[in-house]
Design a protein around this ligand. Structure first.
Ligand SMILES: [Zn+2]
Length: 522
């Protein structure tokens, strides 16, 4: 296993340099440092592929550098630097603080950016990158572009709202809290987004090619195969992106790319656990019937994209099959409604079953429940508090870290007749995780709210592959990658997947750490 890794100290280096895995220093303005870029730098979700760039007046070809026993780099031309995804840190305060630190690479020196999918932990830092000087294209497929547009605008809006709230209530750790970016910062970012095909190969430059494969995680989600061609040498780096579930409604199953990868960067969110067994429709029916019978309501903290549509699909199906009563369903999230429109529009992502249901002979609108209430304004959202008869409220955010779901929980958590359905991953440090772990009270808007409602978990609704699904995806690769790096999981999950990969495939696999720097194609 490679001894990769370095610490946060790299970022704080006063001279702007940072060290690679072997402790070799790179300095700005040093001609050697300008060349030595055949690396991947992990910045949590954002993975920078640094490849040979001859800058700072160096125009020579066939430059060969050798560094110690591990790295042996041969550069044959000027290719560029690619960033794959550019996410915002979410979760604990420590993680969020990272959002305010600069990248270890000057954004002006990045040439291309490619997105695997629209989730904010893969796109939410784009406006900061652009503000910091990134001027290159941001490639994404059409569905991802539309979802990213919605998400970035919403993210800026929420940050501005949170900042305002923190200033008024003086509950920030910072004397003068500032949003990471505002709505005005989002527009220039969107202008840099360029369309690439949903599937197949696409050349982003004469040296870099990218091929996309369905990842089955959310609409537009992809695994990306990045090929760098330098003379006769090809280096293939495969990014799994977030891998979705097999046999889920609406979207196609994940497809493992037929890549003979030099380097595989694979997600490991559920590397240490399986999703619970059980038919999600049946479980949802049981909860809805149980809660309705005792006169309660259900709050579903839900990501606006993906999760909400899956719930709507199952609720509609259960209503049609008369397995649940037709309760009023409030989708209290303008973003979820916009996302649903995109789910309906981008048929290229639909699986066969969905296409059949939508088509002739089907019910026509599989994502629409019978008593659907749409709430756009804050007043409409607050009016749901007056609904005292059984209902279902689907509202963001999915991990209860913000958004309108907070005020629904203030209202509904203290009543034991009600239920909260937690569906999917709840990151460390979030209120969703606290509920999952049996918290007796929750701090919401500065008040302590007792948790009396039933907390139901439905892991079946996760959009991430479970451990055996990750291994299934990996098994379908045609050849062992020379090196595998695991990202996107909490350490315990990544380490468990690393162990499983070693045992099952005997591959060289390492857990990527924040700001690790590792060689490509060695
Ligand atoms: Zn994702």
């Amino acid at each position: 296993m490679l001894n990769v890794g370095k610490s946060d100290k790299d970022v704080d280096d006063p001279e702007g340099g940072f060290r690679d895995a072997g402790g070799r220093e790179r300095r700005k303005g040093n001609s050697a440092s300008a060349i030595h870029r055949d690396w991947i730098v992990f910045v949590f979700e954002s993975i920078v592929v640094l490849t040979p760039v001859l800058r700072n007046g160096l125009s020579g070809k066939n430059v060969r550098l050798e560094y110690g026993p591990m790295a042996k780099l041969t550069f044959l031309g000027a290719a560029g630097c690619v960033l794959v995804d550019c996410g915002i840190f979410q979760g604990s305060q420590e993680l969020q603080d990272r959002n305010y630190k600069p990248l270890p690479v000057d954004p002006k020196t990045i040439d291309y950016l490619v997105l695997t999918h629209a989730h904010l932990d893969h796109t939410g830092w784009l406006p900061v990158l652009v503000k910091s000087g990134y001027r290159g294209p941001i490639f994404a497929n059409p569905a991802t572009i539309e979802l990213t547009t919605i998400l970035l605008k919403d993210s800026a809006h929420l940050q501005q709202e949170d900042t305002l709230h923190a200033r008024i209530h003086k509950d920030s750790r910072h004397a003068n809290p500032e949003p990471l970016y505002t709505a005005e910062d989002v527009d220039p970012t969107l202008k840099q987004i360029k369309s690439m095909p949903r599937g197949g190969s696409f050349d982003i430059s004469s040296e870099f090619g990218v091929a996309s494969y369905d990842a089955g995680h959310i609409l537009g989600s992809s695994s990306l195969e990045l090929t760098l061609t330098e003379g006769n040498r090809k280096t293939v780096t495969l990014f799994s992106g977030d891998i979705g579930r097999y046999n889920q409604p609406i979207l196609k199953d994940p497809t493992t790319p037929p890549s003979k990868a030099d380097v595989l960067v694979c997600e490991s969110t559920y590397g240490n656990r399986e999703h619970p067994d059980g038919d999600p429709a049946e479980l949802l029916a049981q909860i809805v019937n149980r809660v309705a019978k005792r006169g309660g309501s259900i709050v579903i903290p839900s990501f606006a994209i993906g999760r909400t549509q899956t719930f709507m699909y199952y609720l509609r199906q259960l209503e049609d099959q008369q397995r649940i009563p037709r309760l009023p369903v409030y989708v209290d999230s303008p973003m979820a409604l916009s996302a649903t429109e995109l789910y309906l529009k981008h048929k290229e992502d639909h699986d066969l079953e969905y296409a059949r249901e939508e088509g002739s002979g089907g019910k026509g609108d599989p994502l629409n429940v019978h008593e659907f209430h749409l709430t756009r304004s804050v007043e409409e959202s607050k009016a749901i508090n007056n609904v005292k008869t059984p209902c279902i409220i689907i509202s963001a955010s999915g991990m209860v870290s913000g958004g309108r779901v907070l005020h629904h929980l203030v209202q509904r958590l203290p009543d034991a007749r009600n239920a909260v359905i937690l569906a999917g991953f709840q990151a460390e440090g979030t209120r969703g995780r606290a509920l999952q772990e049996g918290a007796k009270s929750l701090s919401l808007y500065g008040q302590v709210v007792p948790v009396c409602a039933e907390i139901a978990e439905m892991g079946q609704f996760s959009a991430h592959a479970g451990k055996s699904e990750l291994l299934r995806w990996l098994t379908a690769l045609p050849a062992a990658p020379k090196q595998t790096y695991l990202t996107h999981g909490e350490p315990v999950a990544a380490q468990a997947l690393q162990a499983a990969i070693s045992e099952k495939f005997q591959w060289r696999a390492a857990v990527a750490r924040h700001l690790d720097t590792v060689p490509v194609g060695e």
